[in-house]
Design a protein around this ligand. Structure first.
Ligand SMILES: Cc1cc2nc3c(=O)[nH]c(=O)nc-3n(C[C@H](O)[C@H](O)[C@H](O)COP(=O)(O)OP(=O)(O)OC[C@H]3O[C@@H](n4cnc5c(N)ncnc54)[C@H](O)[C@@H]3O)c2cc1C
Length: 384
């Protein structure tokens, strides 16, 4: 019987496990994959998350691998509409950019130091059964897992944290559903060699045909993301290069990376706690990647949940109230993040004529002092 089992060894599950281990909680992570995912996903790590990473003991390692974005500019039709500076934040006065698979590697290594046998890979959890005083976890070896003989694996813990991501099904096994908070916009993105033209700035091109975003990455690369009229699955890199050129006039150098197309969905679980089962990260809330908040929001769940679970284990009589606070406060933050992402997406949609001039006037107001300070706060998630 463990104190806590975390299902899902993505960035949120592993960070939570590190924080729990730091709190002295007996924790194990069960993860379906045997090899880490190399998918291009999150890059932006915001100042509140850097503070969480510092608590987990990995901030220095992340900073050593990452690039720092101290400012962003907003452009349209070849002109700069405004600038945002992130340098007024105490502690970490920048947004950190690091590919998600690198961040995950740093977190896994940290967890290995804290709990050498704490991560069981190749284990596919099928269902959870809350027995009142503990939870049974029913699993089987994943298809490519070691010793795949179809035998069932049974584990048990006082609390189970579901961190199985947006496509995970475990919340349903304990009767939690989720509702749609909008979405439908589609994007295409790829990493290119960085020509150095934009220095270490993030650049948002709010063009008539739709937004194009560009962020520096480590190792002399830059991520480019463009809104597309439809989901352009399997589009070759040349299509993205041509689309960016047509909208912004920027001619990108050849890239060997394969573009990824994605369609945005925002969802929020109807509850983040059911008995002894607790949701964190994308399992609880799926937020649009536009604005780069999803992983950060999940880490802030973990920051709130780690001491909450420790307290619930130590003071069972207060467990309900402690986890109830977590449920209420973190769902409130997720709703805010979804609203902000909805605003970001709306600002980047195609727009023409008078509406374009009005949109640009609004961007100018928001991206010049004094409002750009507030906008920078919102973009760096300092209100969460
Ligand atoms: C294109 C794109 C760009 C993004 N950019 C940003 C960004 O810049 N900033 C940001 O903050 N966020 C961004 N995000 C969002 C971010 O990627 C997610 O919020 C983050 O991965 C969520 O982490 P997680 O650990 O909750 O879930 P996941 O990363 O999905 O991890 C879930 C884990 O659970 C495992 N699992 C699933 N089911 C089971 C099971 N039954 N048994 C055992 N294991 C299981 C999976 O194998 C996986 O390892 C982006 C997303 C996309 C798609």
């Amino acid at each position: 019987m463990r104190e806590v089992i975390v299902v899902g060894g993505g960035p949120v599950g592993i960070l939570l496990a590190c924080l729990l281990a730091e709190h002295g909680v007996d924790v194990e992570v069960l993860e379906r994959r045997t090899e880490p995912s190399m998918q291009a996903r999150a890059i932006g790590i915001h100042p509140p998350s850097m503070r969480v990473l510092r608590k987990a003991g990995v901030a220095d390692e992340v900073l050593a691998r990452a690039v720092r974005i101290e400012a962003g500019s907003v452009r349209c039709g070849g002109r700069t509409l405004g600038r945002l500076s992130f340098t007024r934040t105490a502690g970490f006065p920048f947004v950190v950019a690091l590919p998600q698979y690198e961040t995950e590697a740093v977190l896994r290594e940290r967890f290995r130091q804290l709990r050498p046998d704490g991560l069981r890979s190749g284990v596919l959890v099928g269902t959870l059964q809350d027995r009142g005083d503990y939870v049974d976890v029913l699993a089987e070896p994943a298809d490519d897992g070691p010793g795949d003989n179809g035998a069932e694996i049974l584990a048990a813990a006082r609390y189970v944290v579901v961190a199985d991501g947006a496509r995970g099904h475990l919340r349903e096994t304990v009767g939690i559903t989720s509702h749609l908070l909008g979405g439908g916009d589609t994007y295409l993105m790829a990493d290119y060699p960085d020509t150095g033209e934009h220095g270490s700035e993030a650049v948002l091109f709010f063009e008539e045909g739709g937004v194009v975003e560009s962020f520096p990455l480590p190792s002399g690369r830059r991520r480019w993301v463009a809104m597309t009229p439809t989901l352009m699955t399997d589009a070759p890199i040349d299509d993205l290069t041509a689309l960016i050129r047509a909208r912004t006039g920027v001619l990108l150098p050849p890239s060997d990376s394969a573009p990824s197309a994605f369609s945005v969905q925002q969802r929020l679980a109807t509850a983040m706690v059911r008995g002894r089962v607790v949701l964190v990260g994308d399992a609880a809330h799926e937020i649009s990647p536009i604005g780069g908040q999803g992983m950060n929001l999940g880490w802030l769940d973990a920051l709130a949940l780690a001491p909450g679970l420790k307290h619930a284990l130590a003071q069972p009589i207060e467990a309900r109230a402690t986890l109830g606070d977590y449920d209420r406060l973190r769902r409130r933050s997720a709703r805010r993040a979804a609203r902000q992402a909805g605003f970001n997406m709306a600002m980047g949609r195609p727009v023409h004529g008078l509406r374009l001039r009005l949109r640009n006037a609004l961007v100018r107001i928001l991206a010049t002092p004094p409002l750009n300070g507030l906008l920078a706060r919102a973009f760096t998630m300092r209100w969460l």
